[in-house]
Design a protein around this ligand. Structure first.
Ligand SMILES: *Cc1c(COP(=O)(O)O)cnc(C)c1O
Length: 375
């Protein structure tokens, strides 16, 4: 038989240069391996250990008899609920199969080869992938150092200085993943005042529900002053729906109109639409998740610091922890005990691991395992 043609060579140069997003360990395989051995402790992906609103299960069940039908292509009911929550119009909302999809589409729609996308060092790994897939030039601004007040945090002055006439888009997460760091709403407003009005600034607020620092409010309120501000949200974190894939952005209606043609018509499935709507309606559950996380975030940070580890400040449901030169060995030893943390070498942070804040019992199991490993 003839040698098969390597079709990767037929992909665009920008796509050939891409490395796929690394989602971490093979979790399904590990669940099998650790079943019956205390179970796997999954602290690598910032999922919500408390789960979604109890109302979600019933609405997902109610959709099951209709699975042969296409979902609502407009996602009308969910958009109505989101519009009410934020006080925006439905034509300012775009739904995504997770916000990851929307981040990719923003780069696809609003940048082109040679044009610039500005991010900060230690930004979420999806932004460079989105830029590369679009063939855009990625410009990475310096972040704060390890000794700064906000260690490894985004430096908004450096970010503003990286913007040039070639810049089309700026991406950041606030609070940020993987660092957990953040900047306040006033600092963001001062930054926005320096950005040309035709440059889109994407504020990824995947963790905003977990914020307890009153200096940080959603960027949503700044949109009236800065129409070039795009706010991305997800149901994967505080709403506990990572398995269903639902996210959205709020932006100027012209941004939504420009993106609508590249959206797959049925990008949110029927269960995701119904579940997201039910999750939004249960403000009490969200509040209990927020409180539980805030208490456990503080307790876990204290426990880790008590073991001699350096814990970065965090406003999220995870902690970035400096384990030092033995990081890889510690990660492996925890792994052998069924405890999964997220290695950070891909971010250039070899001496750190990212730890999801989970339930009290799970956090206790982590601390006990670490106590053993570090002894
Ligand atoms: C988890 C996360 C998202 C959300 O991804 P989904 O595709 O909505 O699951 C977006 N941005 C950041 C920074 C994240 O950490």
């Amino acid at each position: 038989m003839a040698e098969a043609y390597d079709f990767r060579a037929r992909a665009t140069p920008a796509i050939r240069a891409l490395t796929a997003y690394d989602p971490g360990h093979d979790i399904p395989a590990l669940r099998l391996r650790f079943a019956g051995h205390g179970g796997l402790l999954e602290l690598g992906s910032n999922e919500n250990a408390y789960g979604p609103s109890p109302a979600v299960s019933a609405v997902v069940q109610s959709v099951l008899p209709e699975l042969h039908r296409y979902p609502d292509p407009a996602g009308k009911a969910l958009k109505t609920a989101i519009a009410r929550l934020h006080g925006v119009r439905e034509d300012q909302i775009l739904l995504g199969n997770g916000s990851h999809e929307l981040l990719m589409q923003l780069a696809q729609v609003f940048s082109a080869p040679g044009e610039g996308i500005v991010v900060s060092r230690y930004c979420f790994a999806v932004y460079p992938i989105a830029a590369q897939a679009a063939g855009a030039r990625l410009v990475s601004a310096d972040a704060f150092g390890e000794q700064a007040d906000m260690p490894l945090g985004h430096d908004l002055d450096a970010l503003a200085a990286a913007i040039t006439p070639a810049t089309k888009l700026v991406f950041f997460a606030n609070p940020n993943n993987p660092t957990g760091t953040w900047f306040g709403t006033e600092a963001l407003a001062a930054f926005m005042a320096q950005v040309p009005p035709d440059v889109l600034v994407v504020a990824d607020e995947a963790y905003i529900e977990y914020v307890t620092d009153p200096a940080l409010q959603s960027a949503m309120a700044l949109r009236a002053r800065f129409p070039n501000l795009v706010v991305a949200r997800t149901f994967s974190k505080a709403y506990g729906l990572a398995g269903l894939r639902a996210g959205y952005l709020v932006a100027d209606a012209s941004v939504v109109r420009a993106m609508e043609p590249v959206r797959e018509s049925f990008n949110l499935n029927a269960m995701a639409l119904a579940a997201a709507e039910a999750a939004l309606a249960d403000a009490a559950h969200l509040e209990s998740v927020r409180r539980g996380n805030a208490a456990e975030r503080a307790r876990l940070a204290e426990g880790l610091a008590g073991l001699g580890l350096t814990v970065l400040p965090s406003q999220t449901n995870f902690l970035l922890v400096r384990f030092g030169p033995d990081t890889a060995a510690i990660e492996q030893a925890l792994f052998a005990r069924g405890v999964i943390l997220r290695p950070m070498a891909g971010y250039g942070l070899r001496q750190y691991l990212r730890v999801t804040v989970a339930t009290p019992a799970e956090n206790d199991r982590l601390l006990a395992a670490l106590c053993e490993v570090l002894a």
